[in-house]
Design a protein around this ligand. Sequence first.
Ligand SMILES: [Zn+2]
Length: 275
Amino acid sequence: MKKISFILLFSISLVGIFLILHQAYLTDKENNTSLIFAKMPPNLSSQISPNEIFVSPAVPILMYHHVQDYPYGKDLSSVSIFVSPATFEAQLNWLASNDFQTVDLSYFKNPTRLSGKPIILTFDDGYQDAYDQVFPMLKKYGFRATFYPIVNNIDKAGFLTSDEIMEMQNNSMTFGSHSLSHPNLTEISEQQAQQEIYASKKILEQITGKEVSDFCYPGGKLDQTAINIVANSGYSTATTTSNKINLGKTDLLQLNRLDIENETRFENLPALKNL
Ligand SMILES: [Zn+2]
């Protein structure tokens, strides 16, 4: 009898130990697979500005302008900012079949657990093709994106209308400011820069009825004054044209973006295919 009790007790203990170890394994596994947006590692925290975070794994931001066939007869000076609808669809298809999941820029501050690899799609200048070409294609793939209209051009010919912006926003699209008139912020007065950065936020907020948290430097031109105005205007993120992914020590007000052109093949792009 004693022997049976001992065996029973021993078996129960074994099961108990197994359960404890298994739980520890699961917890560990969960931590490993979660997306790590650590606050800064302690040794770096003293060297960073308030806008810097530590990003791992990498989060690529793609930069598009026009999605339409290059206009026939147009000189080739702006060919680099046109991606054809066919190429665009092939690129979205590649992202979908390679486990990418589109997120907004707010992801940097509030990362959520994803089933796929995070990626952010951005479209500059607010051209009409953002509604005609990009929006239907994104909906088809269940993707979201951030659009940066030039605020003074909204409702002008060739650019997004306020109604289109509202419709897109109601379908998971996000809008950030690309200034009022797309100046080189490093070549205008501080007062003018203030107007371009702050007033454009307020006007876009009136159009969208929502807080605007994302800014995009026109032409990728910025200096410390511009960055300070962006920070003081209440933006959480700002994107540049620096052609890199965001990994490791990352400044949220100087986010890098990969320049996507019609010739860009994602399957050949090291920044994407190795993620
Ligand atoms: Zn632009």
